[in-house]
Design a protein around this ligand. Sequence first.
Ligand code: BG6
Length: 484
Amino acid sequence: MSHRIIPVDPFDLVIFGGTGDLSRRKLIPGLYHRDADGQLPEEARIIGCARTDLDREGFRALARQAVMDHVAADHRDPQVVERFLARFEYVTNDVADDAGWDALRVMLEAASGPRIRVFYLSVGPSLFGPIVEGLHRHGLSQGARLVVEKPIGHDGPSAAALNDTIGAAFDESRVYRIDHYLGKETVQNLVALRFANALFEPLWNARHVDHVQITVAESLGVEQRGPYYDRAGAMRDMVQNHLLQLLCLTAMEPPHHFEANAVRDEKLKVLRALKPLSGHEALAASARGQYHGYADEAQNPDSRTESFVALKAEIGTWRWAGTPFYLRTGKKLRARLSEIVVTFRRTPHQIFPDLDAPLAPNALIIRLQPDEGITLSITTKDPGPGGFRMRETPLDMSFGARAGTAWRMPDAYERLVLDVVRGNQTLFMRRDEVEAAWAWVDPIIAAWEASGATPEAYDPGSDGPYGALDMLSREGRRWRVLTP
Ligand code: BG6
């Protein structure tokens, strides 16, 4: 496995919410790995910014703990840890209080030389607007880059309003809306598979593809995020962003160049070509579920929020008309499994006599997690005498196994944060994409609400509600089994 490290220019990364969960679990460990690989320049600083009253030493202690907790022992080098922690600074900033903003300005102006300035909003969505306005008001947004986590709004209008607020302070070319699914190694491999190989593209259309399934199944429940999740549900939390982004990369036309706006233009065309679903059509093309015990975890006994959703999406283009894309995501399911499965059409004519069952169609399985890899399922002859007996044989490529045991699969955030510093927006969502995704999702949620129906209950550890199975069997198809 060749590994190319391209050092980035000096930067100041300010993490609003630097003491929070995402910062400790993903951002700090990810940056540590980049430092260990020699990618961070000497001058780079990581500046925590949060309401918590802390000093530099306190923040360094927190960062040290994050490294201990989330970086494997065999990747922790004491010398690198010390070098890494020396980059950390901290500013206490209560967004409503001018003193915190002044302290942040002083900190930034104390930089040893010119550098890229990145503000990362790792905070609850209610603080996005006030922080962006604060940065603007205090003259800190000029020339800087902004990273925003989801959720971008609760629906189309609120997303547009937030995008307006952001746009007043940061030019779109400096806004990085993170969808961490785009930073996953296999998702980028999907792009490589499609556009760096001549093999698949001629088959990548409705003539040859029967249907596509995109599954993001989780075995955990809502855990500590109950109250947030209960206001969102699986549709807003997962489909509006992660699943639709996966659908876009699977369905888009080849961009003329692997460059940010060219890629995002193509994804946007897919989102705009999604057949709108509302009213009865939306109800028929979807299934919702809620696992037993959810309402307690969400602390809302009357909750009607879905912890599972399945959808049939259709893309009205020459390439895809007639090939459904089935989306499915949920919590507390049988297994943690994320995959994109492209099922090809059956052979036009069956020449082998006496088979017990029809030949299985070929399928290309792109596994995001666990065990990242790509499998092509083909039919071969069972070896030995006894006539032509067929079996499905996987042509299996597991990235982890291929790379060797010493290799570590980088976390999505690790790559994405450095992309921001490099100024590469390819794996980030543009404003119009986010709004186009809401435009498809909003009427479906409205149809559910208008129906007054509650999501169907399902057992924790199961495959989800019966309605989802039924949705596919009505079309003569089956979901792939949720086995890890
Ligand atoms: C987040 C959702 O965006 O993605 C969570 O808000 C979900 O609800 C998570 O658990 C899943 O991410 P991953 O990388 O663990 O598949």
